[in-house]
Write a protein that binds this ligand. Structure first.
Ligand code: GLT
Ligand code: MN
Length: 388
């Protein structure tokens, strides 16, 4: 075992949602199985574990409907805790899903009063985020969806969502805040169908906004797998588009209710590739985890420790994969076919088009190419199993 025993350090930039720790084990069929931890104790515990930051919803720290005086008092307490314990608020978000006022959506409610109430709540939440020092502000539209398609035109709903986000971008600009927005897609739950279900749909939506450069994506492993998609590819698409502003790493069995399992606990290969993607492409945001302890768990900190430990072990596995000569030789061979043709379509010209039309290919010979993917996958399996 390496000498550092996979102990996290601040430079790893790990962060956890404090709602993960405040999770009391309630589910639709059963009551809480653990006590709730105060926001200050969450922050303290994360700092003691060398986390770089924490993420929060406005109402994780300030109760819904608190007076301005109470709000200011809480913020003072939290800022003192952040400086005493040396931990940052890396991401802030707004709870626009718990109170019954949001039962049919916040920004996509058909009642403009609910939409304005939501926008007002987010404006306060943005002010709070800036006071707390957060630079990423997430929108997870937990109630932005429907059960009854007859109830709402999805194009109107999109328009309402867009109008609110445009207004909020302008608010941030007018206040001179240094804050970026990040939308977190999810296909369903708690609504039957949620709007903006995948990375692709969020990407397309961002480009319809007035300030697309201010808005990115916060993809979450579990949400992607709930849609039956591949987290590695979804994270990659966000990264490739320059929109991977932050991440929510966790685990999930495909096509089920939102399980929010600990990172790596369900599918190690997938966790490996997500880690590899972030490392190989020098992702510079925080490594945010959004899981919660099993309902059967009485120690709420174990999942925190093991999320970071698994990530750090996988980081070494990525290095082992990238340094393994058999794997690299194999990859080199796989990626060096037809070198003279590489980049041929990079620049269009009439001449290039004519040349391509006239080019002679031998499809049978191309199809006969050997692709030893069984071997490659086995080598990865052995890296993960600790044999290589
Ligand atoms: C909620 C959801 C998460 C989101 C959080 C941010 S809240 O727990 O399941 O995926 O990231 O609003
Ligand atoms: Mn999340």
């Amino acid at each position: 075992m390496p000498s550092h025993f996979y102990a996290p350090i601040k430079e790893d930039r790990f962060a956890f949602g404090i709602w993960c720790l405040q999770n009391r084990g309630r589910d639709p069929f059963g009551d809480q199985t653990r006590k709730e931890i105060s926001a200050v104790d969450c922050i303290k515990g994360l700092a003691q574990r060398n986390c770089y930051g924490f993420e929060y919803h406005d109402n994780d720290i300030i109760p819904f409907g608190a007076t301005p005086a109470r709000r200011d008092e809480i913020v003072r307490e939290l800022k003192k805790a952040m400086s005493d314990f040396d931990i940052k608020a890396t991401m802030a978000t707004t709870n626009t899903f718990y109170h019954p006022v949001f039962k049919d959506g916040a920004f996509t409610s058909s009642d403009p009063a609910v939409r304005l109430f939501s926008t007002q709540k987010v404006m306060h939440s943005i002010d709070l985020a800036v006071e707390m020092g957060a630079e990423i502000f997430v929108f997870w539209g937990g109630r932005e969806g429907v059960e009854v398609d007859a109830s709402k035109d999805p194009i109107s709903a999109s328009g309402w969502f867009r109008e609110s986000l445009n207004f909020l971008c302008e608010y941030v600009i007018s206040q001179g805040y240094n804050l970026k927005f990040s939308i977190e897609p999810k296909p369903n739950e708690p609504r039957g169908d949620l709007f903006l279900p995948t990375v692709g749909s969020v990407l397309a939506f961002i480009h319809t906004l007035d300030h697309p450069a201010m808005v990115g994506i916060n993809p979450e492993t579990a949400h992607i797998k709930m849609a039956g998609l591949n987290p590695y590819h979804e994270f990659a698409q966000a990264l490739d588009s320059g929109k991977l502003f932050d991440v929510h790493l966790n685990g999930q069995k495909p096509l089920r209710f939102d399980q929010d399992l600990t990172f790596g606990s369900d599918d190690l290969k997938e966790a490996f590739f997500t880690t590899k993607l972030l490392l190989d492409h020098k992702y510079s945001g925080t490594i945010g985890f959004d899981a919660h302890p099993y309902r059967t768990e009485s120690d709420p900190w174990d999942f925190v420790d093991r999320s970071m430990r698994t990530y750090l072990i996988l980081r070494e596995k990525v290095k082992a994969f990238n340094d393994n000569s058999e794997i690299q030789d194999l990859l080199k061979e796989l990626n060096s076919a037809s070198p003279a043709l590489n980049g041929f379509t990079a620049k269009f010209s009439k001449d290039a088009a004519a040349k391509l039309k006239a080019m002679a290919f031998d499809p049978e010979a191309l199809a006969a190419r050997k692709l030893p993917y069984e071997r490659l996958d086995q080598l990865l399996t052995e890296v993960l199993l600790g044999v290589l």
